[in-house]
Design a protein around this ligand. Structure first.
Ligand code: ADP
Ligand code: MG
Length: 398
């Protein structure tokens, strides 16, 4: 069964609550990157064109409700007002900002909405009950609308009042952004064209245990690079010098090696430096890494090996950079793997994970993948095989 989408709703003249992701970076009251607002426009414009009365909800940053001083500071910093100003520049309709998350002013603004107009309410996290999915809060917000649309993929792994609570009460559907995420991730993870090759990297094994576990189950090959590969190398009895190591995960790495057998592919050489912050000597080592060197990227033979393993893949799922890509000297492995994936003929290619997505985008591969997920944590949880509560709660098509 498929989830309902905005197309399945009759929105004309209806009050439609839309959970968007307007969690944009703001410095001294100025938005420094409006990408997330722009990304929400397809759903918003569809609703404008189809005469909905649109009520937008989003969180912005974090609000600490335990410490009253911090709470006030956080609220001041994470005020949604600048977002409304930018949104008004981007849409062809009236945007009313309400500096409230509940109350008479908000209710009045909703009542005064004409078809195709927008109300944006203050940051949902001004409410203590938001993150706890407080049923009273969800009921109140639901009372402001007739329908609910979820379009904030980065928040669907959290069961909050604005993501799950409202959807428990109102008829609901996926917005276009979330629909695309679900379609692509599902095509890669739940129903992949084979062979499915997973490439995992990044800093730590401990962050990715569940991802490795699930992908070992479903993928035809699991390639491991990046910082986490040294714990695996250690488990194989190799010397890894001063490279990133998680002592307490060596046993787990052994288990994965045993379970994965030939499926699991590890680096054969490493680009190393004598120091992380101030590298004066940079060298490639095959197999063992000397005591005073640290692995910071995969080596040239590994790049060739990984390329070979990728050949013929029909689906590729990638999470975690192959090296410390933030430093151009150690970005080569990540760039080469990005290139190899993007040049695979006829393959469905999906990137999940916050740093992996920004690595691919910063290195110039934005349009070279089938899909780069916008939700770091949510895409990771999807790859772990977890149910995302903000999607699970959305109604199925009739
Ligand atoms: P994602 O956010 O996509 O899930 P991670 O957060 O797991 O990815 O990993 C990204 C980080 O891993 C990057 O900051 C990168 O510098 C780091 N990293 C990759 N390779 C290494 C390495 N060899 N040593 C130390 N850190 C590494
Ligand atoms: Mg990360």
């Amino acid at each position: 069964m498929a989830k309902k989408t905005v197309f399945d709703l009759d929105v004309k003249g209806k009050r439609v609550l839309v959970r968007v992701d307007f969690n944009v970076p703001i410095k001294e009251g100025k938005i420094t990157n409006d990408n997330r607002i722009v990304s929400a426009l397809p759903t918003i414009n569809y609703l404008i064109e189809h005469g909905a009365k649109i009520i937008l909800l989003s969180h912005l940053g974090k609000v600490d409700h335990k410490d009253p001083v911090k709470c006030e500071e956080n609220k001041k910093k994470n005020n949604m007002a600048p977002v409304a100003v930018r949104l008004q520049e981007l849409v062809n309709t009236k945007v009313t900002f309400v500096n409230q998350t509940r109350g008479a002013e908000l209710e009045e603004a909703v009542k005064n909405l004409n078809d195709g107009e927008i109300v944006l309410m203050q940051n949902t996290r001004y409410e203590k009950g938001e993150s706890k999915n407080d049923p009273e809060l969800a009921k109140y917000w639901a009372s402001l609308g007739d329908l609910f649309v979820t379009d904030a993929f980065g928040s669907v792994h959290r069961a909050h009042a604005s993501t799950v609570g409202i959807a428990e009460i109102l008829p609901s559907a996926l917005g276009f952004l979330v629909q695309k995420e679900v379609e692509c991730l599902s095509a890669a993870i739940d129903n992949p064209k084979r062979p499915l090759v997973a490439i995992l990297g990044g800093a730590k094994v401990s962050d990715k245990i569940a991802v490795i576990e699930n992908l070992l189950k479903i993928a035809d090959k699991v390639i491991i690079g990046g910082g986490m590969s040294y714990t695996f190398a250690k488990a194989l009895g190799r010397n890894i010098g001063t490279s990133l190591l998680e002592e307490d995960k060596i046993e787990l790495a052994k288990e994965f090696l045993e379970k994965g057998k030939d499926k699991l592919i590890l680096p054969v050489d490493t680009n190393c430096a004598n120091d992380f912050d101030n590298p004066t000597e940079i060298k490639v080592f095959e197999g063992d890494i000397p005591d005073d060197f640290m692995g910071l990227d995969i080596g040239p033979k590994t790049i060739e090996l990984f390329k070979k393993e990728l050949e013929g893949a029909k689906t590729v799922v990638w999470n975690g950079p192959m090296g410390v890509f933030e430093n151009p000297t150690f970005a080569v492995g990540t760039i080469e793997i990005c290139k190899a994936i993007s040049e695979l003929p006829g393959a469905m290619t999906v990137i999940g994970g916050g740093d992996s997505a920004s690595a691919a985008i910063n290195l110039g591969f934005k349009d070279k993948f089938t899909h780069i997920s916008t939700g770091g944590g949510a895409s990771l949880e999807y790859m772990e095989g977890k149910v995302l509560p903000g999607i699970a709660i959305i109604q199925e098509k009739d």
